[in-house]
Design a protein around this ligand. Structure first.
Ligand SMILES: [Zn+2]
Ligand SMILES: [Zn+2]
Length: 173
C-alpha cells in the first residue's frame, strides 16, 4: 500500500467531510519549523554505492497542512528527510524505506492532527509511536542526517541507530 492510499483510507475512516490530498514534496521549505507538523519514524536506509545499510528511529517527516474552507480542499505537503552513508566520503542522501506498519502509524497520527487542527476533535492521547524492529545501539549520526543539517532534528526522543550490515558487523563487534 502506498502512503497516499493509506492517507485516503484514514481520511475516509475518520469521516472527514472535505477532500484531502497528500503530496510528496521533497523540496518543502522549512523556513519556520514551528509552522510544520513533525513526526519521527523508524526507517531503513541503504547506501547506493557501497550497499551498507542502517536503521534509525530518527527519520524525520515534516508536514505542511492547510485547508481552504471555501473550496473544501485540504492539502498536506510532506517531506521525508534523508540520510547519507557514514562510510563513503562523497555520499549521496538516500531515501528511507519505511515499513507498512510504521507508514500506517504516522499517517494515523497525521489524520489525528488534521482532526484536532481543523475539526475540533480532542484526540491528543491517540498518538502511536513507531514500531522498532531492532535493538538500539549508539547515538544518532547527526553528521549524515539531512534533517540535522537543517537544524530540525533536536528532539530528545529517538536517537538510536544500528548498523545492519549483517554477519560482517557481528564479527567485527
Ligand atoms: Zn556507502
Ligand atoms: Zn538528525
Amino acid at each position: 500500500m502506498s502512503v497516499k492510499s493509506i492517507f485516503n483510507s484514514e481520511i475516509t475512516k475518520a469521516g472527514i467531510v472535505h477532500d484531502w490530498t497528500l503530496i510528496n514534496d521533497p523540496n518543502l521549505c522549512i523556513h519556520n519549523p514551528k509552522e510544520f507538523y513533525k513526526q519521527k519514524t523508524v526507517a531503513r536506509f541503504q547506501c547506493s554505492s557501497c550497499r551498507k545499510s542502517w536503521q534509525t528511529d530518527m527519520c524525520l517527516i515534516c508536514f505542511s497542512v492547510t485547508l481552504n474552507k471555501r473550496s473544501g480542499q485540504g492539502t498536506v505537503l510532506m517531506r521525508i528527510f534523508r540520510q547519507e552513508c557514514s562510510k563513503c566520503s562523497s555520499s549521496t542522501l538516500e531515501d528511507p524505506v519505511i515499513s507498512a506498519e510504521n507508514m500506517s502509524r504516522f499517517i494515523g497520527n497525521l489524520v489525528n492532527y488534521i482532526q484536532r487542527k481543523f475539526y475540533n476533535k480532542s484526540n491528543e492521547g491517540n498518538e502511536l509511536k513507531p514500531h522498532v524492529y531492532y535493538h538500539s545501539d549508539g547515538p544518532h549520526d547527526r553528521q549524515h542526517c539531512e534533517a540535522c543539517k537543517h537544524g530540525l532534528c533536536s528532539e530528545t526522543d529517538g536517537g538510536q541507530e544500528q548498523d545492519n550490515t549483517g554477519t560482517q558487523w557481528c564479527i567485527l563487534a
